[in-house]
Design a protein around this ligand. Structure first.
Ligand code: PEP
Ligand code: MG
Length: 572
């Protein structure tokens, strides 16, 4: 059915591709129970048994997803099994049963909601995404307690699934041959629903405010169309809209095969300068796609993912295994593993930190090393062990000066000495730091000679240079990576790296924007690391440009007054 007028919503693009068809709404069932508890200890025993049943079922689901060839997605459900058995969550629920006389269903639902709310309130998209996992597990324990088991939703015909948010357990178990797309009112591209959608190649749009009300108004029979690249959702698309979507689908298909064909092309400017394109990854599951996109290594492996949604840090073995997978996938090309970048605004439950007034200016990343050197030493030990599988580079985040770089090297020395004393097999690793704090660039000559490489984290560098919180929507005007102040710092960094004869790359989002990437080449950057999906466009841009032109434009742009002036200069 088509109508004469579609309702349009602009959400956040979460997984590329277009889809259209009927929609099915997933709704979390409320598991309310007013049962009065007469024997709190017996109720707690019931809760524990249900939680263990969910833990076992999650282990089973992890095995199934793994057997289907998605080993890394399976980790989500292994993490769910851990959440179901998390003593803190269960103690909180048991406390509600003992103190308030709540029944087990109400107690686990309230305990899970409270933890999820805390995560959402931290203002961090990644942690907010993890809230869905806690709610998912809490729901499943509540369902188990009420005797409701089995899937919440069946797709009888190929459909787009719509929801406020989608529990990861459901996302992974929906029949993929009938799942056309996913449209979520809430959630973010870094939440597990989106991560799984990308891993399975299902088009998805998230953060589509107003979607559910619009669907209610349109009625059950009206179809839906979504574009996972632009973030557009159409309720009741017209015949013309559908024709446009079909054209888009064909174009996406053509683009993908062209990108795949071009993935092996050398990335060389028209006047012969070679640029290395590397991938930014957040989990080992992205490695295969990144290799296929032509990445010649990993310029940034964000390890935070491995540490979230669990009640204790991943063991050294787990980390060595995860890093080893990525290293083996890219060998002989290098994989740059970044040490944990949490703390401040990105707390993790098993790392109790003090509340801070300015978390972005607080105890974040390497600054945690004073209090918890063990976390970094374990991580470094895992890196040395993974290095027997290929080339490993290790990078410290949030380095401000030579003293921070020295702290990093001490941690590395300790990890290496321990492994050698134990007679473990280790490989060599190159050491480097992120340049994402202006001071680290201004005094770079005092410590770069002790390192093998540096990588510019332009996301944080922009935030700290312009004093503009990277998550504050009201400061959009300052968040332009073509700002001449940022360009001047980048140029200083390139000159310092040249003087110390060490490698320099850019791994902030700027490197994945074709226009900004060209300016980086003009400023002297020869390695760009970006999300695998951005590499094709950057490759095309570099292959069409002359380095001599880019240098002239970039050097002039250092004296411009604004990002807008730089953009104009680039385009004209
Ligand atoms: C950066 O700051 O540019 C960066 C690459 O790191 P993150 O975005 O993870 O802080
Ligand atoms: Mg950063």
């Amino acid at each position: 059915m088509t109508t004469s007028n579609a309702a349009r919503i602009r959400g956040v693009a979460a997984s590329p591709g277009v889809a259209h068809g009927p929609w099915v709404r997933f709704e979390r069932k409320a598991h309310v129970s007013r049962a009065v508890v007469t024997d709190p200890e017996a109720e707690i025993a019931r809760l524990m048994a249900a939680a263990e049943a969910v833990g076992r079922a999650s282990d089973h689901l992890a095995d199934e997803v793994r057997a289907a060839g998605h080993a890394d997605e399976a980790e989500v459900f292994s993490a769910h099994a851990m959440i179901a058995r998390d003593p803190d969550l269960l103690d909180a629920a048991a406390g509600r049963i003992r103190a308030d006389g709540a029944n087990a269903i109400a107690a686990i639902s309230a305990a899970a909601t409270s933890v999820a709310d805390q995560l959402r309130g931290l203002g961090d998209a990644l942690l907010a995404g993890r809230a869905a996992d806690i709610i998912d597990v809490g729901d499943r324990v509540a369902r188990e307690l009420s005797g409701l088991t089995g899937p919440d939703m069946r797709l009888v015909e190929p459909s787009i699934v719509v929801a406020e948010d989608l529990p990861p357990s459901l996302t992974a178990t929906l029949p993929r041959d009938r799942l056309l797309g996913i449209a979520l009112e809430a959630s973010s591209p870094t939440a597990h629903a989106a991560i799984l959608a990308r891993a399975y190649g299902i088009p998805a749009v998230v953060g589509a405010t107003g979607l559910l009300a619009m669907l209610d108004a349109a009625g059950r029979g009206s179809p839906l169309a979504l574009d996972g690249e632009s973030g557009e959702i159409l309720v009741a698309p017209t015949r013309e809209d559908l024709a446009r979507y079909e054209t888009r689908a064909r174009a996406i298909q053509r683009d993908r095969s062209r990108d795949a064909d071009e993935a092996t092309l050398p990335v060389v400017t028209t006047d012969g300068t070679t640029i290395e394109l590397l991938a930014n990854l957040g989990s080992p599951s992205e490695a295969a796609g990144a290799v296929a996109s032509g990445a010649r290594g990993v310029g940034l492996f964000r390890t935070e993912f491995l540490f979230l949604e669990r009640s204790s840090p991943p063991s050294e073995d787990e980390q060595a295994d995860a890093y080893g997978q990525v290293v083996a996938a890219f060998a002989p090309h290098p994989v740059t593993i970044r040490l944990l970048d949490v703390g401040g605004d990105k707390p993790i439950p098993y790392l109790p930190l003090k509340d801070e007034d300015n978390p972005f200016l607080g105890v974040r990343a390497l600054r945690l090393a004073d209090r918890r050197p063990d976390i970094f030493v374990t991580q470094l030990r895992a890196c040395f062990r993974a290095a027997v599988k290929g080339r490993v580079k290790v990078m410290a985040p949030m380095v401000a000066d030579a003293a921070d770089a020295a702290t990093f090297r001490l941690l590395v020395d300790r990890a290496r000495a321990e492994l050698v004393a134990e007679g473990q097999r280790i490989g060599e690793v190159d050491l480097g730091v992120m340049l994402e704090i202006p001071s680290a660039i201004l005094v770079a000559d005092t410590y770069l000679h002790e390192l093998r490489f540096v990588s510019l984290g332009t996301n944080d560098l922009l935030q700290y240079t312009l004093a503009a919180d990277r998550g504050n929507a009201a400061l959009e005007r300052y968040r332009d990576s073509l700002h001449p102040a940022l360009l001047q710092l980048i140029r200083l960094a390139v000159e310092s790296a040249d003087r110390s004869r060490i490698e320099l790359s850019v791994c902030g989002e700027m490197a994945g924007d074709p226009e900004a990437a060209l300016l980086l080449v003009g400023l002297g950057v020869r390695q760009l690391s970006a999300s695998p999906s951005s590499l094709a466009a950057v490759r095309r841009a570099v292959r069409a440009a002359a380095r001599s032109d880019l240098e002239r434009i970039a050097m002039s742009s250092l004296r411009d007054a604004s990002a807008a002036d730089v953009r104009l200069r680039l385009r004209t």
